[in-house]
Design a protein around this ligand. Structure first.
Ligand code: AMP
Ligand code: MG
Length: 351
């Protein structure tokens, strides 16, 4: 079985082909990713209209390249999977219309994948993980702790009530005059900084619900930065180190709380999984690995190229859905918002 996966929900255009061998194990045949970071850098964030146009310009070539790398043609595929949301609607439409056209012309099943579900299932592509597991999904637009029980079965144990973690990194970087995207810049500066020079808050620490709130931390950092302005390089490094240390403490505490409530909704987890762009952060990864170790669980974080947005995770989620007969017709809509996990007790979203 071989599936084409198309990703255009934000600022990465990607086409990938993922197959499965006879015993169902995944085979990553091609994963072409083109980041638009350069197009958006001048604006300090993703500009939706620029993103949509950039997807249009490169998507067909990326699909051709993925097919060539896999040594395949459209006729060899068993299905076309596409991220139908959530995301910037212009970009989502580019991917979805392309996927519908290929499915129609090639007479292939169409699988409309929730982008967040794809992040959630990536650990099964990279590490062959079995259900259930606890997922921390932390990207530029999302921050959630989710019990992943099966394909289409996701229980939300916590999430952010304001900024996403990646967004907080991006905003802090902008405030400190660092480049975009902010996460890698803040992490690099933090390496030489003193995390204890500034007493920054750890919002929500100790709360019983596994939720996040990051806007207060961001504001506290701004107040400190303004107090000592103008900032020398040393100051920026110390602020970055303090911010990263605070976020790391919060992430570990929130994940610990989610692990405690996990058994009530899903039994015993096989692992703690980190996904999304923020999972590239070294200190956060190491702290989560230590937490998993304490709990006697494996820690899984996809390799860096599969942490950020990519077509391989869409293809894999499509393959998992197709195996269960979960396909879509050509009327399936593009969705800017599309929650994939429900609070405990609410009806599960499987469609
Ligand atoms: P995504 O939304 O999954 O494409 O991931 C992009 C987000 O991840 C952006 O907000 C980045 O700032 C963030 N990010 C990427 N690398 C890192 C890192 N090393 N540390 C923290 N955040 C990061
Ligand atoms: Mg992205």
């Amino acid at each position: 079985m071989n599936i084409l996966g198309i990703e255009t929900t934000c600022d990465e255009t990607s086409a990938a082909i993922v197959g499965a061998n006879e015993d169902g194990a995944p085979v990553l045949r091609a994963n072409e990713v083109l980041s638009q970071i350069a197009e958006h850098a001048a604006y300090g964030g993703v500009v939706p209209e620029i993103a949509a146009r950039a997807h249009v310009e490169v998507l067909d070539r990326l699909i051709e390249r993925a097919l060539a790398k896999a040594g395949m043609r459209l006729a060899d595929l068993d299905g076309i999977a596409v991220a139908a949301g959530p995301g910037l609607i212009g970009g989502v439409l580019v991917g979805l219309v392309t996927a519908k056209t290929l499915a129609l012309v090639g007479r292939k099943p169409l699988i409309a994948v929730n982008h967040l579900e794809a992040h959630a299932l990536t650990a099964r592509l990279t590490d062959g993980l079995s259900f259930p597991y606890l997922l921390l999904l932390a990207s530029g637009g999302h921050t959630q702790l989710v019990a992943v029980k099966g394909v289409g079965q996701y229980v939300r144990l916590g999430g952010t009530i304001d900024d996403a973690i990646g967004e907080a990194f991006d905003k802090v970087a902008k405030l400190l005059g660092l480049g975009y995207p902010g996460g890698p810049e803040v992490e690099r500066m933090a390496e030489s900084g003193d995390p204890e020079r500034f007493a920054l808050p750890r919002p929500m620490l100790g709360r019983r619900e596994a939720d996040f709130s990051l806007s207060g931390l961001k504001t506290a950092l701004r107040v400190e930065a303004e107090r000592i302005a103008p900032l020398a390089e040393r100051d920026v490094a110390d602020l970055c180190a303090g911010f990263q240390a605070a976020i790391t403490d919060v992430v570990v505490d929130r994940a610990r709380v989610a692990l405690r409530s996990f058994a009530d909704v899903a039994g015993h987890p096989t692992a703690l999984v980190a996904a999304g762009g923020v999972a590239a952060n070294g200190p956060i990864r190491r702290a989560l690995a230590a937490l998993a170790g304490e709990a006697g669980l494996a820690f899984v974080a996809p390799p860096l190229d599969l942490c950020g947005d990519n077509g391989a995770m869409i293809a894999w989620a499509g393959l998992e859905r197709l195996r269960l007969g979960l396909v879509d017709d050509l009327t399936v809509p593009a969705r800017a918002r599309w929650p994939f996990a429900e609070r405990p007790g609410a009806a599960a979203v499987t469609g």
